[in-house]
Design a protein around this ligand. Structure first.
Ligand code: NAG
Ligand code: NAG
Ligand code: ZN
Length: 437
C-alpha cells in the first residue's frame, strides 16, 4: 500500500460496498456499478486474481437464479459455466463466451488508475478490461437480467462461459474447456465471443481469424576468413532467403495498401529475430564468416489461404535445401474447417447471421461487413471443434483501445450493449426453424 493509487483503489472498493447497500437510483446505475466492481478485480497477468472473479460470477448467477458450475480442469485456472436452461434442451444451445483475464497496464501512463474504474464527467469509464472484455462478460449477465425480469423464457439453452488465460494463449483455458465432457454436454450450436471496438457508428463482426505460425529458417554454409569473397556461406544463403520472403511480404503489403484486401485477408510475415556470429565480450568476432545463421518469423495466415501452396512457397523459395536452408514451422493451432463459414443470408443452414443483423438493427445499431480478425482469440478453439463463432463486442463510436493506455468504455455505450445482447439472446434462443440434430 505504498503507492497512492493503491490507496485510492482501496477506498473506491469501500465506497463501492457502501453504495451497494445504499439504494441506487435506477437499474442502469446498478448495471454500471456491477461493471465497475468487475473491473476493480485485478486479473492482469502475470498474477491474475481468479478467485474473486469466480466469487463475483457465482454470486451474480445465483442472484439471477441461473445454474452455475465451477470447473478447475487446471489447478487455479477456474472456468465458470452459467446456464439459463431452455424449454427444449434437445435443441443446440447458444454459448456466450468471455475471458476473465486482462493484459497488464502501465499504470503510470494512464490518466486514472486502471483498477479504479473511474467514471469521468462524460461518462467514460476507465479500466483495464473496459473493452477487452470484462464489459462484455457483465453485459451478458445484465441482458439475461433484463430478459428474465420481462418474463422471457428461452427455447434453446443459453450458456455463459468465463475462461481464464486468453491473453496468454488459452492453453489452460478455452483449449481445455472445448475438449472437456462438460463442454460436450452444452451441445453448443453457435457461439459469440469478443470482437473489437469500432470508432465509427457500426459494430464490427468477425467470422474467422488468422492463425499463428512460427517459422524459423536456418542457413548453413562454409565458414571462412572475413576478408574472402566466396559462394556458399551461411550469411549469403540466409540473405537470399530474406530477399524471397520480403518479396512475398511486399506483395501482401501492397494489397493492403491499395485496399484490395483487408488486414485479416493477407498473410502477414514479420522477421522477429536474427541470430548469427561469434560473440565475444566486446561484441562479435569481426573477421570470421559464420557457418550458421538463423532468422525467426511471426506469420499470420488467413483461413481462406491455400495452406499447401504456402508451405510449397516456404519449402521451394524461402528455404530451399539447394541453398543449404532448412526450416521449422510451428502452427499454434490447426486451421478451422467446417467451424468457419462465411456468413451469408442465402445459407438456410446458417440462420445466425441474419438473426444477428436483425437483432442489432432492432436497437438502432448497424453491423459492418463480416471480417477475418487479424489477431488470435479463443474463438479459434471453438471453430476448431466445428462450432461457428462470431467475434462481436457491442462497442461503436469508441476508439479501439484494447491493450492500450486509458482503455475506456462510455456508460451509455455499455448500457446500449446490454440492449443489443438482450435482442441477440432473444433472437437466437427462440429460433427453432432449423433442422437440428
Ligand atoms: C424439441 O426440438 C426437437 C428438435 O427440433 C423437436 O424434435 C422436438 O419436437 C422439440 N420438442 C418440443 C417439446 O418442442
Ligand atoms: C553448403 O554448405 C557446405 C558446408 O556446410 C558448403 O561446403 C557448401 O558450399 C554449401 N553450399 C551452398 C550452395 O551454400
Ligand atoms: Zn480479449
Amino acid at each position: 500500500m505504498d503507492n497512492p493509487c493503491r490507496w485510492i483503489h482501496f477506498l473506491s472498493i469501500i465506497v463501492g460496498f457502501l453504495s451497494f447497500f445504499s439504494c441506487e437510483s435506477s437499474s442502469s446505475d446498478d448495471a454500471v456499478s456491477r461493471l465497475k466492481a468487475y473491473l476493480r478485480i485485478d486479473t492482469s497477468h502475470p498474477n491474475p486474481n481468479y478467485g474473486p472473479v469466480t466469487e463475483f460470477l457465482v454470486s451474480q448467477a445465483t442472484e439471477l437464479g441461473l445454474q452455475v458450475q465451477k470447473l478447475e480442469i487446471v489447478k487455479e485456472k477456474p472456468i465458470v459455466l452459467i446456464t439459463w436452461a431452455g424449454l427444449n434442451t434437445s435443441l443446440t444451445s447458444l454459448l456466450l463466451n468471455s475471458h476473465t483475464d486482462v493484459v497488464p497496464a502501465e499504470e503510470l501512463k494512464w490518466k486514472y488508475d486502471p483498477l479504479l474504474a473511474f467514471e469521468d464527467g462524460k461518462g467514460n469509464i476507465y479500466g483495464r478490461g473496459a473493452q477487452d472484455m470484462k464489459s462484455v462478460g457483465v453485459q451478458y449477465l445484465e441482458a439475461i437480467r433484463v430478459l428474465k425480469s420481462s418474463g422471457y423464457q428461452p427455447t434453446r439453452s443459453v450458456h455463459l462461459s468465463y475462461v481464464p488465460d486468453e491473453e496468454i494463449g488459452g492453453e489452460e483455458g478455452m483449449a481445455k474447456l472445448v475438449s472437456s465432457s462438460e463442454f460436450q454436454q452444452l451441445n453448443v450450436g453457435i457461439c459469440l465471443d469478443e470482437g473489437l471496438a469500432c470508432a465509427e457508428d457500426y459494430y464490427r463482426v468477425f467470422f474467422g481469424e488468422r492463425s499463428v505460425w512460427k517459422l524459423v529458417i536456418k542457413a548453413v554454409g562454409a565458414p571462412g576468413h572475413g576478408s574472402k569473397l566466396y559462394d556458399g556461406c551461411a550469411m549469403e544463403n540466409l540473405r537470399e532467403s530474406l530477399t524471397r520472403i520480403y518479396e512475398y511480404r511486399k506483395s501482401q503489403f501492397l494489397m493492403l495498401q491499395e485496399g484490395s484486401k483487408a488486414e485479416g485477408e493477407v498473410v502477414a510475415i514479420n522477421n522477429v529475430f536474427l541470430r548469427a556470429g561469434t560473440p565475444i565480450p566486446s561484441g562479435f568476432v569481426m573477421n570470421l564468416q559464420p557457418s550458421e545463421a538463423e532468422a525467426g518469423f511471426d506469420v499470420r495466415v488467413p483461413p481462406l489461404v491455400d495452406i499447401a501452396d504456402l508451405e510449397t512457397e516456404i519449402r521451394t523459395k524461402w528455404a530451399p535445401t539447394s541453398r543449404n536452408l532448412t526450416y521449422t514451422l510451428t502452427r499454434l493451432q490447426p486451421q478451422p474447417s467446417d467451424g468457419l463459414r462465411l456468413p451469408t443470408s442465402a445459407d438456410d443452414m446458417y440462420p445466425w447471421w441474419d438473426l444477428l443483423q436483425v437483432a442489432v438493427q432492432k436497437v438502432g445499431g448497424k453491423l459492418g461487413a463480416p471480417m477475418i480478425r487479424p489477431s488470435a482469440t479463443d474463438s479459434r478453439y471453438i471453430r476448431n471443434v466445428n462450432i461457428p463463432a462470431f467475434g462481436f463486442s457491442p462497442i461503436s463510436n469508441t476508439p479501439s483501445l484494447l491493450h492500450d493506455h486509458d482503455e475506456f468504455l462510455n456508460a451509455k455505450e455499455y448500457l446500449k450493449g446490454i440492449k443489443v445482447y438482450s435482442e441477440i439472446i432473444k433472437a437466437f434462443s427462440s429460433h427453432v426453424d432449423i433442422t437440428d440434430s
